[in-house]
Design a protein around this ligand. Sequence first.
Ligand SMILES: [Zn+2]
Ligand SMILES: [Zn+2]
Length: 147
Amino acid sequence: MFCRNCGKELKGTPEICIGCGAKPLAGNSFCQECGAPTTAMAEVCVKCGVRLAKAEEKDISPKSRLVATLLCFFVGGLGVHRFYIGHIGPGIGILILSILGWGTVWIYGIGSIFLIAVWIWVLIDFILIIAGSMKDKEGKVITNWQA
Ligand SMILES: [Zn+2]
Ligand SMILES: [Zn+2]
């Protein structure tokens, strides 16, 4: 095969190209079968006719976007959606802000500052999840609506 990133010929199907260090199938500049140059949008190699390999699926999270959306909407104030996608730190952050907020909101409304912070944080998370831009703890983007 050939590296789709740099066009170097490779033995077998290595995970990492010895020529450029990228994942051989992650590029879009060369055909993986014959090494001919390809355009970024090409689906099929114009020289040998093979279907060009795409590696993007590898970077998609196994977590469900639907579950993350629902958790964020209904229990986002407790950080549950962050726990679900493996972001324990931010999840605990949201939870602590919520507890601080509800625990102090009766003292001249001090807690409302924390609650507004939680609200903004969760709203941003919600937009990121809906837009398919949220990443799990491995940095894989959560775009699948089904788990
Ligand atoms: Zn390469
Ligand atoms: Zn080709």
